[in-house]
Design a protein around this ligand. Structure first.
Ligand SMILES: [Fe+2]
Length: 249
């Protein structure tokens, strides 16, 4: 079994450079949308302005989860085959390159009613605020109110409906998934799409055949409690219980 699949920390000697490249690639994606009048409007403009502020590098202890090692090759292949925005492809490639030096965690533990999510979801923080946020360690600290994550959700996995005070910005980087917000119907979201969750708006994501790689940003209320999973999240879709879709790895 590769070292990365045993969940061991891996020290990467050129970690700083790959983190810098990842940050540049992220700024390119956000900057392109900020310059597009039909992009994300004020929310993307805010994200863009926060991202342009100077960041303080931090040393972190790298960590991997089994899901990252398992899907890295597939993400790499899907990126090469992707016909989407070249800047998104560059961002995914930079993330793959930086991945061994990042701290990937499974933020939802067994025992909180989220066993399936524990197995099928992992995330890492690239930019963090100057406050503790669970077990995350980000290689960049933001002087104000910005946190940036990358999340990986396995096929046939539900990220249950949840809500939080922080308004949230998502961009789909790889994979097509179903998204649900507020009282709206589930909707297919594809790479290159921005999704905006209002403060306290319930939302959920359901993958089908493909893993979902996404970027998430919080721009306010970073010290408010993180997502709260609720029992009603196991809502049936299309006559089937998505929690029983089964991710077999
Ligand atoms: Fe959320």
């Amino acid at each position: 079994m590769p070292e990365e699949d045993r969940g061991l920390a891996i020290k990467k000697p050129d970690g700083d450079r790959v983190f810098d490249r990842l940050l540049v690639a992220l700024r390119e994606v956000v900057g392109e949308s900020a310059r597009d009048p039909s992009g994300g409007g004020s929310k993307i403009a805010l994200l863009h302005s926060l991202l342009e502020q100077p960041l303080e590098p931090k040393s972190i202890e790298a960590a991997q989860t089994p899901l990252v090692g398992q899907w890295r090759r597939r993400l790499d292949e899907s990126t090469r085959d992707c016909e989407g925005d070249p800047l998104d492809r560059c961002l995914v490639e930079a993330l793959i390159e930086a991945s061994p030096g990042l701290r990937w965690i499974a933020p939802y533990g067994i025992g909180d009613g989220a066993d399936e999510l524990f197995l099928g979801y992992t995330s890492t923080q690239l930019i963090g605020p100057d406050i503790e946020m669970r077990n995350y360690q980000a290689p960049f600290r933001h002087p104000g109110g910005l946190a940036i994550w990358f999340s990986l959700q396995a096929p046939h996995t539900l990220y249950p409906r949840h809500r939080h005070k922080a308004p949230e910005i998502y961009r789909v980087l790889s994979g097509t998934a179903k998204w649900q917000q507020g009282d709206r119907l589930w909707r297919i979201r594809r790479p290159g799409e921005w999704i905006f969750h209002r403060s306290h708006e319930g939302h959920a994501m359901q993958t089908d055949m493909e893993p979902l790689l996404a970027m998430a940003a919080w721009t306010d209320h970073l010290d408010a409690p993180m997502s709260v999973l609720d029992a009603s999240s196991k809502t049936k879709m299309d006559g089937q219980d998505p929690m029983k879709g089964g991710h077999r790895r």
